[in-house]
Design a protein around this ligand. Structure first.
Ligand code: F6R
Length: 253
């Protein structure tokens, strides 16, 4: 794993965006992006949008796959990931909405929706670069502690700590769904390049377990140690539990 600790929140977003843009330029106009929602990647999306506006990056023919979607929110709900991806990724980055796919958390047949997500990724030739956040319990996508390393896209029951963490996006904690459709750990590990973004003290323990802990399903993110091309972009607070801080490169503000 390549670990980069940044001196400011803006540098976290800029550095992660540069990693993604580098892959996108190498992969060509039909690059396949994997996108996470939540707070962690927002600044990276803003930096990517600025590159697009400046004419330094063209994503008009890119494809994108969202990692996950809540189950149980009405279609079109502002906090559903279909709406969040549209607001924070598709429009700002100039993607073609017809080439952006979010797992269908409203489907009557969720297993069929999960299989369709896997099939579409395979048909697109796989994901070139996946942007990931990490949960305070070490989840990636919504693969909670104990998730199977062999899992493909599936329905996952959210941990109570994840529901509490995500309550900030809803009017009341009771509104946070209990389930999500998520790419599985095996799905994520198939993506060619991974960029993990984490900020804040609340992520420090999970980040240390991901990078320096044993590979264990108790910390799903630790499975990323088995992937050959992972860049982890952190702020100082998220890096603060790493034993070997000297192994991280630091980039300025
Ligand atoms: C979201 C996702 C989750 C988040 C994680 C961190 O699509 O897959 O794994 O990345 O819950 O969320 P934030 O960034 O809001 O702290």
């Amino acid at each position: 794993m390549r670990v980069i600790t940044c001196a400011s929140p803006d540098a976290v977003g800029r550095t992660a965006a540069e990693c993604v843009a580098e892959v996108a330029r190498r992969a060509g106009p039909e690059v396949v992006l994997g996108v996470a929602t939540g707070s962690s990647p927002l600044s990276a999306y803003e930096h990517l949008a600025a590159m697009v506006r400046a004419g330094d990056l063209d994503l008009t023919r890119a494809r994108a796959f969202a990692l996950d979607e809540y189950v149980g929110l009405p279609r079109g709900h502002a906090q559903g990931y279909a709406a969040v991806v549209d607001r924070t990724v598709t429009r700002p980055l100039g993607l073609d909405p017809a080439r952006v796919h979010v797992p269908d958390g409203c489907a009557d047949d969720l297993d069929a929706a999960a299989s369709a997500h896997e099939r579409l990724i395979a048909d697109a030739g796989g994901v070139d670069v996946q942007i990931l956040g990490i949960g305070s319990d070490g989840h990636i996508g919504f693969n909670e502690p104990g998730a199977s390393p062999a899992s493909r896209t599936h329905v996952e029951v959210l941990a109570e700590s994840t529901r509490r963490d995500n309550a900030r996006f809803f009017a009341s904690p009771d509104e946070v769904p209990h389930r999500a459709l998520t790419e599985g750990l095996a799905t994520i590990l198939d993506h060619r390049c991974l960029v993990v973004i984490a900020q804040g003290l609340g992520k420090a323990r999970a980040v240390a377990d991901m990078i320096e802990g044993p590979v264990t399903t108790s910390c799903p993110a630790s499975l990323l140690q088995r992937h050959p091309d992972v860049t982890v972009v952190l702020d100082a607070a998220a890096a603060s539990c790493l034993r070997d801080a000297g192994a991280t490169g630091t980039v300025g503000a």
